[in-house]
Write a protein that binds this ligand. Structure first.
Ligand code: ZN
Length: 175
């Protein structure tokens, strides 16, 4: 793995932690990937969530052992961090993942509002071992009618009313 920040145009290390901090967090993400693989939890992927220089959540891919196709390492780590911190927003946190996030995890990382994401293996490396995230990235770039998954609108007035009620709900928690 190249030290983070050595790539031209890459993000600079934060002032509070040098490249050794980055390396140790990535080492933990990779150790989780190996452990999860060896214990039969799922594919070889691990991730940690870091806040103020401290790991606050971690996870490994647990798809096959939990029968959950969304149990990717980053999603498991986000859930773990949010439970530990007691909030649904991970602003101020960085994520270290042993592999470049797939589109689902990338979207989850946006929803979690994390500050930055660092990864080791990339989507091409994942494709070479049978995890073709690159395929989904390609699909998403296509116009909706050209995608292999039909996603079709079936309008319902009650669905619209539900949205209107949300906007009127005095105690709604926005996110
Ligand atoms: Zn993923």
């Amino acid at each position: 793995m190249s030290p983070v920040g050595s790539t031209p145009g890459g993000p600079p290390p934060p002032p509070s932690q040098g490249s050794e901090g980055h390396r140790s967090f990535m080492r933990r993400a990779v150790a989780l990937a190996r452990e999860g693989m060896e214990k039969g939890r799922g594919g070889p992927f691990g991730a940690v969530v870091v806040s103020a220089g401290r790991i606050v959540g971690e996870g490994c891919n647990s798809v096959t052992s939990t029968c959950d196709p969304t149990a990717h390492a980053e999603v498991v780590a986000i859930r773990s961090a949010c439970a530990a911190l007691g909030r649904f927003d991970l602003r101020g946190c960085d994520v270290y993942a042993s592999c470049e996030p797939c589109p689902m995890c990338l979207a989850a990382l946006y929803w979690a509002r994390v500050d930055r994401v660092f990864y080791a293996n990339d989507r091409g490396d994942a494709a070479r071992i049978g995890f073709d995230d690159a395929d989904i990235y390609r699909e998403l770039a296509l116009p909706t009618p050209e995608r292999s998954l039909p996603v079709l609108r079936l309008a319902d007035p009650e669905a619209r009313h539900c949205f209107d009620e949300w906007m009127r709900k005095a105690d709604r928690v926005p996110y």
